[in-house]
Design a protein around this ligand. Sequence first.
Ligand SMILES: Cc1ncc(COP(=O)(O)O)c(C=O)c1O
Length: 463
Amino acid sequence: MLGSSHRRRQSAEHLSVNPLFAQGSVLAPIPAKRLPQDEMSSAAAYQIIHDELMLDGNARQNLATFVTTWMEPEVGRLMTECLPKNMINKDEYPQTAEIEHRCVSMLADLWNAPDPSKAPGCSTVGSSEACMLGGLAMKRRWQQARRAAGKPADKPNIVMGINVQVCWDKFANYFEVEPRLVPMSGDRFHLTGEEAVKLVDENTIGVVAVLGSTFDGSYEPVAEIAAALDKLQERTGLNVPIHVDGASGAMVAPFLDPELHWDFRIPRVASINTSGHKYGLVFPGVGWVLWRDQASLPEELIYHVNYLGGDMPTFALNFSRPGAQIVAQYYMFLRLGREGYRAVHAVCRDVAGDVAAKLAALGPFELITDGSQLPVVAFRVKAGIENFTVFDVSRRLRERGWQVPAYTFPKNREDLAVLRIVVRNGFSHDLAALFLADLERLLPELERQAEPMDRELAVSFRH
Ligand SMILES: Cc1ncc(COP(=O)(O)O)c(C=O)c1O
């Protein structure tokens, strides 16, 4: 390969080899935390990193994450073809932009937007960015309304259950909105309409309803929350929108629970997000956020870029981003269609239900959720068992490669410690049987131990 044009300009008589192709020696110690002085061969660099990454464990045995850990080889080819493309360059890569647009339309249709061709929306890095955008739009709409009414707009708050994912704490913190969190109480582990309205006032920019709580996989009752807000409006005139955080559930409920009203069929639902990389079945990271109509997304938040000589509205926190995940999402939409998604998720729910039933039958465990909403099973060690804890179970399962998080619930239910299994595409009945056999095998040892091991593993890998 010829050297750089810079060198050629300097000395046209010489040919030089691109440093990437020089076969450097790797015998000398290589600093891990400082930029090495010299280059090395591509094969050596690959092998060093490949070997180190073996310690990450096996992603397929990771029952902690909601994020896709298996895709078909064909999609790998498509993604590799897209690696060099920066999706923000809409003008240079108009077809990737078109594909993003098609995905938004498909989701708008799936989520029953009044006019799917007009519902604005965009891809994001994941649900976190999507939630920030949804929250920002609510904040800006509230500010506009307050200013138009000649009222102060400096004390916004947002109402949500304490079970919201950390991205909502971030939103409140980064964008200076007071978080009003409804605590858990007894066996109520998520938001209800009755509790939500208690915290709403004229400074509330919106209510977040989570379709698929990260803690236990349960759906928050979006329709009930909307009905409570309808009543509040009748009483007080306050018109408070809902953002549905459907990070997981917005790609499950449309296929498995088509009768459940949680989406744009509810007029109060202004925006919805999902993670394409969760039950959208795409490798990380892609998310989506959509608004029910143009009125729900203030024009002043939109930036216009030139696209095929035309106008392309964008709304994002990032600029440069890979196009590969968007293309992979479109692949999955085309590949599976509604029936394919239904079939894949139905198997997940079936596996989750089976795992739940068998866990309950083992004896020492009590179910918190049984996988009948998100295919997620949360369970605890029965009250009265004192000699081992969920943290011990989690630690012992790791010895067989299974990653199952154990964690305590938040305020008011800190006493409750659970394990959670997320059933994803690829966690088949066969793998579930192997997992349960491993758990069953280690139970007698746990039951024999005199007291719990330390709680150091009070794990943070609950995503
Ligand atoms: C309900 C909910 N919202 C938001 C997120 C953040 O999603 P992401 O990882 O796509 O940013 C998660 C992640 O698990 C989640 O469960």
